[in-house]
Design a protein around this ligand. Structure first.
Ligand SMILES: Nc1nc2c(ncn2[C@@H]2O[C@H](COP(=O)(O)OP(=O)(O)OP(=O)(O)O)[C@@H](O)[C@H]2O)c(=O)[nH]1
Ligand SMILES: [Mg+2]
Length: 299
């Protein structure tokens, strides 16, 4: 199957081809390997990861970014990673409605991706799906994920630029910024800057971030009014140039995850549980010895 090399406006048959290729790759169906082995990855697409707590305004921000980038005639793809938690169903429905206006834009492709929950966040095939989109010729590929621990870390290996979205009410989360988020964020956005406490929160965040002597921008936005979006886009574009020097690091992160997936694909967790249940009945059960034996016998 040949991937289309798209142009603006994207042709209806190309939308179909993209959707089909993504489905094959996402579900590892026949033809998926063939697509992946013939990707054209020389394009200069920018992969933007957007993560942050539920309801921070990530989708609204994506919407606003799409509007601005469309004015520049860019081709944009969005992968919205659905959280598996049923608590998010309400806002997911909201996402669909909010993003609906983009479905009429001939330069935009939007798809939601189910999480497998396996690694706590991102879908197992998200790296491959992004590369399919890159190969089709999109200029910007945006991946939205809800920040739930692991997925924030995973997104680093995937995206050229990781944007962490916070809100003025995230005061309590400042601890998590200290312990981890700082490493993954290339840009911090304080969204809902129309709310009380936004300036204080943004200033505290700035102080914290700049203590580490890094030059991570901290920007304020009001996504639903498209305020602060041009500043954010500028920061994204400035960062894209820097990201090039990180390429071997990013490629290593991706390779790591792909190898992990391939190595693990034959391991059936249910069977593993059965085996452990049986083995742990034995008197001198030892998990470390069990794991060693398991690896030697099964792989
Ligand atoms: N006051 C205010 N509300 C906003 C702003 N940006 C988004 N919202 C609202 O916040 C709510 C959540 O926005 P979403 O864009 O769905 O947030 P999200 O982070 O994508 O949510 P999940 O995908 O469920 O994690 C919506 O009702 C938005 O209209 C903002 O800048 N100010
Ligand atoms: Mg959302």
């Amino acid at each position: 199957m040949h991937l289309p090399r798209i142009q603006n406006p994207i042709q209806p048959e190309d939308y179909k081809k993209i959707a089909r290729a993504l489905t094959l790759v996402e579900n590892d169906l026949d033809g998926a390997e063939d697509i992946l082995h013939h990707l054209n990855l020389n394009s200069s697409a920018a992969i933007i990861g957007i993560t942050g707590p539920p309801g921070a305004g990530k989708s609204t921000l994506v919407n606003a970014l799409i509007n601005s980038l469309s004015e520049e005639n860019k081709l944009i793809a969005v992968l919205a990673v659905d959280p598996t938690s049923p608590f998010n169903l309400g806002s997911l429905l909201g996402d669909r409605i909010r993003m609906m206006e983009q479905f009429n834009k001939p330069n935009v492709y939007i798809r939601s991706v189910a999480t497998r929950g396996s690694l706590g966040g991102l879908s197992a095939k998200i790296i491959e799906m992004v590369d399919v989109l890159r190969s089709c010729g999109f200029d910007y590929i945006i991946v939205e994920t809800v920040g739930v621990g692991q997925s924030e870390v995973e997104i680093v290996g995937l995206a050229d630029i990781t944007i962490v979205v916070m809100v003025p009410e995230s005061g309590d989360e400042i601890q998590s910024i200290k312990s981890g988020l700082m490493e993954i964020a290339d840009i911090f956005v304080v969204n809902k800057a129309d709310r009380e406490g936004a300036d204080t929160f943004a200033n505290n965040l700035k102080k914290l971030v700049h203590q580490k002597a890094t030059e991570i921008p901290v920007l304020k936005t009001i996504a639903d009014k498209s305020e602060g979006i041009s500043e954010l886009l500028l920061a994204i574009k400035n960062y894209s140039r820097k990201a090039l020097s990180l390429k071997p690091f990013l490629l290593t992160e991706k390779a790591w995850r792909l190898i992990q997936q391939k190595k693990m694909q034959h391991i059936d967790k249910k069977k593993l549980q059965q085996n452990i249940a049986e083995a742990s009945e034995l008197k001198n059960f030892n998990l470390y010895r069990f794991v060693n034996n398991y690896i030697e016998s099964d792989l």
